[in-house]
Design a protein around this ligand. Structure first.
Ligand SMILES: Cc1cc2nc3c(=O)[nH]c(=O)nc-3n(C[C@H](O)[C@H](O)[C@H](O)COP(=O)(O)OP(=O)(O)OC[C@H]3O[C@@H](n4cnc5c(N)ncnc54)[C@H](O)[C@@H]3O)c2cc1C
Length: 456
């Protein structure tokens, strides 16, 4: 009997399992393996904080491309649904987690569902491959699961710490490396100054958590450019659909985007709508750029792309603006030179952007909010280390994830394409660039499920 194993039951792994069950005939089994106690959540949707809102409107968060209203309709049926709920509303992320969990539970209750879908709680530490045999997934030292095909859906990793002269600081309790762990703000004096490394979406989450916990002290957030995520526009007319083809040179793409954003704004729409119209072409656009242009984009434009593309729900944006206006949240642009621990304080030295001067801040807690780490050569994840060591996978050339083909097959150290090992979700960003948000991952899960169904 054919078995397909999925390693990781965040959004990507769970959704892939649901699509595989629909696309494959009954003898095929799907084994969904998760190392945490929680299935169908991952760090993004495990947050218990109701102020952590989705950054995509409910009307675009359905798990199924062909049922676009599915999440919004589910939300509307919840007993605590707000009266003004609409497809443009931004729901708490934990509700999206509950929606995905319910889809998984419904699948298990379907006639024959529990027999074909097996949930396994365990940390896959290695995958062993025999020539022409099934894959063997090692969970701890005792358990092995055999599978004909396996998919890595191992998701996002905590951020890397910035390089500093004496990294000993990172071993002190003043530093919290994982902004998504429940304890990043535990035991913090509400009047103490805090430093958040990074000024993107994770910084925003942490600021709302601090506010909700009644934090009164200063909150410093620092990144190289000090750019913060922009806000979604309210409902706007769609940007006028331009007929022009999308160019293959970065400089021409940028010019096109600027023209379309200006045209949208002057025609009663918004730059946000103009950018969103390019979304369905995101992966084609990325794959059509030359490797040099991709590198150029990552080096020079990425921070601007991120703040325009991954935007804030209006309510969250208002809270951040208010925290800045009252002087509690201070955004700094600069480079960290060093952080040292002195008794119960961290001493940060940084160089403000565009200057030679050095400034210092005394801080009670440093939380790394720099965004998920993606250079697999440096990620201390045991399975990743083992797969790289065994030469079964390799990082992609842009150090955004693992090297995969357009249909998600992993490439080994020599570039050969695996017929058994695949990947889905943020680990495939190198091939697709935009593989972070639900609408993109949903589309990818559908395509990979179709591809795997042809192999069983
Ligand atoms: C804080 C945050 C907020 C976000 N907000 C939004 C949003 O509002 N809207 C949106 O569209 N997108 C959002 N995203 C994007 C998000 O990345 C995707 O939507 C999605 O959650 C990624 O899912 P995933 O399953 O690939 O990864 P993850 O959610 O990271 O799940 C990976 C899972 O794999 C498990 N795992 C890892 N290694 C092993 C192993 N060896 N053995 C067994 N299990 C393993 C992990 O425990 C984890 O549960 C957000 C992301 C983050 C981090």
């Amino acid at each position: 009997m054919t078995a397909i194993a999925i390693i990781g039951a965040g959004f990507s792994g769970t959704l892939l399992a649901l699509h595989l069950l629909r696309r494959t005939p009954p003898p095929v089994r799907v084994v969904l393996i998760e190392r945490q106690n929680r299935f169908a959540q991952g760090p993004a949707y495990a947050t218990g904080n109701a102020s952590h809102l989705l950054n995509v409107p409910a009307g675009r968060m359905s798990a199924f491309h062909d049922r676009p209203g599915d999440f919004f309709e589910w939300l509307a049926k919840q007993p605590d649904a707000p009266l003004d709920l609409g497809p443009g509303s931004f729901a708490p992320r934990r509700q999206f987690g509950a929606y995905i969990r319910q889809l998984l539970h419904e699948e298990l209750k379907r006639p024959g569902g529990a027999g074909r879908l097996e949930l396994v709680r365990g940390d896959v530490a290695a995958i062993e491959a025999e020539p022409r045999g099934p894959l063997s997934l090692c969970i701890g030292t005792e358990r092995r699961i055999e599978a004909d095909l396996a998919v890595l859906a191992i998701g996002n990793f905590p951020p890397e710490p910035p390089t500093i002269a004496d990294p000993a600081f990172y071993d002190t309790p003043l530093y919290r490396p994982d902004p998504w762990s429940g304890d990043a703000l535990d035991g913090l004096d509400p009047d103490a100054p805090v430093l958040l490394i990074g000024t993107g979406l994770t910084m925003v989450d942490t600021v709302t958590s601090l506010e909700d916990a009644g934090h009164r002290g200063p909150i410093h957030a620092l990144s190289r450019r000090g750019l913060t995520p922009l806000c979604h526009a309210g409902p706007a007319a769609p940007a006028r659909r331009p007929g022009a083809a999308i160019p293959d040179r970065l400089v021409d793409c940028l010019r096109m985007l600027r023209v379309e954003a200006r045209r949208a704004a002057s025609g009663g729409s918004t730059w946000q709508a103009a950018l969103d119209e390019l979304r369905p072409f995101g992966r084609d656009l990325w794959q059509n750029l030359s490797p040099t242009d991709r590198t150029r984009f990552l080096r020079h434009l990425r921070p601007w792309w991120d703040v325009h593309r991954h935007r804030l729900a209006p309510d969250v944006s208002c809270r951040i603006d208010a925290a800045r206006a009252r002087g509690q949240l201070r955004i700094h642009a600069g480079r960290i030179e060093g952080i040292t621990a002195e008794a119960d304080r961290a001493l940060l030295t940084y160089r403000p952007r565009g200057t030679d001067e050095k400034r210092c801040l005394s801080i009670a807690r440093v939380v790394n909010c720099a965004g998920p780490a993606c250079d697999f050569d440096r990620i201390p994840h045991p399975l990743v280390r083992r797969l790289l060591g065994d030469g079964m996978v390799r990082p992609d050339p842009h150090r955004l994830g693992l090297d995969v083909t357009p249909s998600g097959a992993l490439k080994d150290r020599s570039g050969a394409i695996s017929r058994q090992l695949f990947a889905v979700g943020p680990v495939t960003k190198g091939a697709f660039w935009e593989m972070t948000a639900v609408p993109d991952i949903r589309r990818q899960c559908e395509l990979i499920a179709a591809q795997l169904a042809m192999l069983v």
